[in-house]
Design a protein around this ligand. Structure first.
Ligand code: CA
Length: 228
């Protein structure tokens, strides 16, 4: 989750700095804006993963700004406001905001809520391929609810094949992923790992289609991955 880009929009400089410092310490890249115009400018310069919006801003209120950006793909919206009336919360949710935090803000809670919003919005974190569920963060594969004991290398290969979205991945590329020293070793290591993955997942229906061999070239997934 680290490295995600946030913009804190808050006209009170001490609060702005306080939030920014806490979020930076939590591993986020944080830019700050004192108002709506500055926020728009920052978004034109570079995209963000989540906006933290105060409602009471000097130039345009935070809810209007949220409305403006509610259709932006991949952009999380969190209102951080002193207002705690139900109407404001409802308005924010109806606009498509992901969360509403009331001031005074507990910094630990702020970071946790940001993380939760980003996690919910994070695309393709959990995938379904036929009977398999693949969690790309937890590095687990389950077949019909039973976790397959894949090693780190086996999972890395499977994740690379899934990321290729059904396109063939060359054995060399797979080997590079698992070997710290790509010059050393043997491409057959890849074939061995693939056969181990297949063996571990063979019991599930459709297991034989999870990894398809492209003879003389590499491998691909034969099952479509959908977010779940
Ligand atoms: Ca304010």
């Amino acid at each position: 989750m680290t490295g995600k880009r946030l913009i804190v929009v808050e006209d009170e400089a001490p609060l702005r700095d306080l939030y920014a410092r806490a979020l930076e310490q939590a591993g986020y890249q944080v830019r700050t804006a004192g108002g709506a115009l500055a926020c728009r400018r920052l978004l034109r310069e570079a995209p963000a993963d989540c906006l933290l919006l105060d409602i009471g801003l000097p130039d345009l209120d935070g809810l209007s700004l949220a409305r403006e950006f509610s259709d932006t793909p991949g952009l999380g919206l969190i209102i951080v406001s002193r207002r705690d009336a139900a109407e404001d919360r409802i308005a924010a949710l109806e606009l498509g905001c992901d969360d509403y935090i009331t001031k005074p803000v507990h910094l630990g809670e702020l970071c946790a809520r940001v993380m939760a919003v980003l996690r919910r919005r994070s695309p393709r974190r959990r995938l379904a391929l036929g009977p398999f569920r693949v969690d790309l963060e937890a590095h687990t594969v389950t077949a019909d609810g039973v976790e397959a004991p894949l090693t780190r290398g086996e999972f890395a290969i499977l994740a690379l094949l899934i990321a290729a979205g059904g396109k063939v991945v060359a054995r060399e590329a797979l080997f590079e992923r698992i070997s710290r020293k790509p010059d050393e070793g043997d491409l057959r290591t890849v074939d061995i790992l693939i056969s181990r993955i297949r063996r571990k997942l063979a019991g599930a229906p459709g297991g034989d289609r999870l990894i398809v061999t492209a003879p003389g070239f590499g491998y691909r997934t034969g099952l479509e991955a959908v977010a779940c």
